[in-house]
Design a protein around this ligand. Structure first.
Ligand SMILES: Nc1nc2c(ncn2[C@@H]2O[C@H](COP(=O)(O)OP(=O)(O)OP(=O)(O)O)[C@@H](O)[C@H]2O)c(=O)[nH]1
Length: 192
């Protein structure tokens, strides 16, 4: 499930991942909850694993709708917008909600989106890293516009969920915190 303030780029991140495209132009806010990707068969984790990816509305007025879905989520991608300080400052409030409504062992990842907007950036990478460290969550910076680290973020989550579900005693433990270090840093150029 994708969560975070309205306008941080949740829908665009999902569309970039699913269709390899960027939704440029006017911003249409998600209403309530959206099944934009119903089933994703992830081949990148060496098996056909079906995943449902849910897009949620960031607007406050839909919060009670999204709360109802938290407890069924196995993983949450929590986004802020690096060009919007308030969206970063609200991360603590989002984490409080997550602790209140989500499963205790939910897989959580913090993403700082829109890193392509270098001129407008107001949240430094170090600020994101510091906050993520404080809460013990893996962290990456992404761009739905350029595609930077988008596949990596979803694959990391898929690998973690697959590892948890298989519970193979002899398989080396998948380390999500280490995997996200594959992240490409910088604004990145557009994916073909
Ligand atoms: N430059 C840039 N703009 C982005 C990026 N991701 C999203 N946007 C823009 O940000 C605006 C909001 O994007 P959405 O994906 O609709 O935001 P959302 O988080 O789904 O918003 P809600 O549905 O209201 O919760 C749109 O105008 C997008 O074009 C990005 O990575 N870079």
């Amino acid at each position: 499930m994708l969560v975070g303030d309205s306008g941080v780029g949740k829908t665009c991140l999902l569309v970039r991942f699913k269709d390899g495209a960027f939704l440029a132009g006017s911003f249409i806010s998600t209403v309530g909850i959206d099944f934009r990707v119903s089933i994703w068969h992830c081949l990148m984790v060496s098996c056909l694993c079906p995943f449902q990816i849910w897009d949620t509305a960031g607007q406050e007025r839909f919060r009670s709708v999204t709360h109802a879905y938290y407890r069924d989520a196995h993983a949450l991608l929590l986004l802020y917008d690096v060009t919007n300080r308030a969206s970063f400052d609200n991360i603590q409030a989002w984490l409080t909600e997550i602790h209140e409504y989500a499963q205790q062992d939910v897989v959580l990842m913090l993403l700082g989106n829109k890193v392509d907007s270098t001129q407008d950036r107001v949240v430094k990478r170090e600020d994101g890293e510091k906050l993520a460290k404080e809460y013990g969550v893996p962290f990456m910076e992404t761009s739905a516009k350029s595609g930077l680290n988008v596949d990596l973020a979803f694959t990391a989550i898929a690998k973690e969920l697959k590892h948890r579900s298989m519970k193979l005693p002899n398989e080396p433990k998948f380390k999500l915190h280490d995997y996200v270090k594959k992240e490409v840093r910088g604004s990145g150029c557009c994916r073909s």
